[in-house]
Design a protein around this ligand. Structure first.
Ligand SMILES: Cc1cc2nc3c(=O)[nH]c(=O)nc-3n(C[C@H](O)[C@H](O)[C@H](O)COP(=O)(O)OP(=O)(O)OC[C@H]3O[C@@H](n4cnc5c(N)ncnc54)[C@H](O)[C@@H]3O)c2cc1C
Length: 382
């Protein structure tokens, strides 16, 4: 563990692994460090929805980034599958937004018009069409919006696929129990762990919800990222029972190929607490069963929680930090699975000294004025 690497990445979540894979495919020698299980934190806990148009309605820059990443997804998944042999099961066959009552329906009609204005295919379904598409929804459903380009991926499989693809491309994945970035006043020099010292020319901070506290990083280069807890649960349904990822009031349901139906998610300011709470599970079940009483008899097979890496404006930090050789790729909040391909490409371009687009909207500099401001907003579902 004392060999040097062109690039060291702190954090083996979806973001760190995607960057490692991209850099390795471009010929760099890469070492990824994680104190826990690779792809085991938020990237394991997420729902895997790929929904730029329905998740990021009020932020043009973020929506454009998310849409770019969605466009890159099929090729990214194909490259990862080809390298490591694991198919992460990408489904880009549309997302349903169910409406219950005339007010919700009218709101969705407005959103559909806005989405169509971007040239994105978006259909309104009446009640009969909605129930034909998703017969498990309650008879009180009023209609739905259907965004054909969106979808979901099995993020736990994608994590395994990325680990396999990285290993196949020669990326070293280390599990130190202590780690500190080594730097002088101007630039990064290496990474020191309990396993040894590794000199490196570039370090990428991809430490998710913990990115603000990576040891050794000077204060001016720390991204102000905070944890936002999300609780979820899974129901055992027959395979194909739910066909599309579906938004309902105060929640969403995302199917898996084996019949598991994910119900998500709370969004709580609870620090680094990962407990499953009665209130959290009650909120999820209430959202699911209010939308679809037909789900009531299925077994709850799993409950879990994860920490979204959140920022005060909801945008991630992607790009160089003030310290030479240090890059940041953290704070992807609710869209880190979706944003993995575009983040990997942008960071690979930055590390290679070539920034393709304007990254000002995602720069660390924008946060300098509000380093101490935590994400505002009270706890809520989804
Ligand atoms: C309930 C829930 C639902 C979600 N649903 C979706 C969704 O539908 N679609 C979507 O796109 N996104 C979703 N997200 C968001 C998405 O999961 C995250 O944005 C994404 O996983 C963040 O990836 P990451 O690699 O930055 O962080 P993580 O996956 O958390 O990985 C960070 C890694 O860094 C390691 N680390 C931290 N500090 C150190 C250190 N000092 N030394 C060594 N290692 C360190 C950690 O151990 C961890 O493995 C959801 C998240 C949650 C919690």
């Amino acid at each position: 563990m004392s060999e040097s690497a062109d690039v060291a990445i702190v954090g083996a979540g979806m973001i760190g692994l995607a960057i490692a894979f991209e850099l390795a495919e471009r010929g760099a020698s890469v070492r990824v460090y994680d104190r826990g299980e690779p792809a085991g934190a938020a990237s394991w806990a997420g729902a895997g929805m790929l929904a730029p148009y329905t998740e990021t309605a009020n932020d043009e820059a973020l929506m454009a980034l998310c849409a770019a990443s969605l466009g890159e997804y099929p090729r990214f998944v194909e490259r990862v599958r080809a390298a490591g042999g694991v198919d992460p099961r990408l489904h880009l066959d549309g997302i349903v937004h169910a409406a219950f009552g005339e007010t919700q329906l009218a709101r969705l009609q407005q959103r559909a018009a806005a989405i169509r204005q971007r040239g994105v295919e978006c259909q309104m379904l009446d009640r009969t069409e909605t129930l034909a598409a998703e017969p498990w929804l309650g008879a009180h459903v009023s209609g739905a919006m259907f965004v054909a380009a969106e979808g979901y991926i099995d993020n736990r499989r994608l994590g395994r696929a990325l680990v396999a693809a990285c290993r196949e491309r020669g990326v070293a994945i280390a599990r130190p129990s202590s780690l500190a970035v080594d730097c002088d006043a101007r630039r990064v020099l290496g990474v020191r762990t309990d396993m040894g010292y590794a000199p490196t020319g570039a370090v990428v901070n991809a430490a998710g919800a913990w990115a603000a506290a990576v040891p050794g990083v000077p204060a001016s280069s720390r991204p102000p990222v905070v944890p936002r807890k999300g609780q979820m649960l899974a129901l055992e349904t027959p395979v194909g029972f739910v066909r599309h990822a579906t938004w309902v009031t105060n929640g969403y349901l995302v199917p898996r190929d084996d019949g598991r139906l994910l119900v998500g998610a709370t969004d709580e300011q609870a620090g680094f607490d990962l407990r499953i709470t009665a209130a959290g599970i009650a909120a999820l079940l209430d959202a699911a069963l209010t939308a679809a009483p037909s789900l009531a008899g299925f077994t709850v097979s799993e409950t879990w929680a994860g920490l979204r890496p959140a920022t005060s404006d909801g945008r991630p930090f992607i790009g160089p930090a003030p310290l030479d050789g240090l890059f940041v790729a953290a704070g992807h909040y609710r869209n880190g699975i979706l944003l993995a391909p575009v983040t990997a490409r942008l960071i690979a371009e930055c590390v290679g000294g070539r920034i393709a687009g304007d990254l000002a909207a995602f720069s660390l500099a924008r946060a300098a004025a509000e380093m101490e401001t935590p994400l505002r907003g009270k706890n809520k579902a989804v």
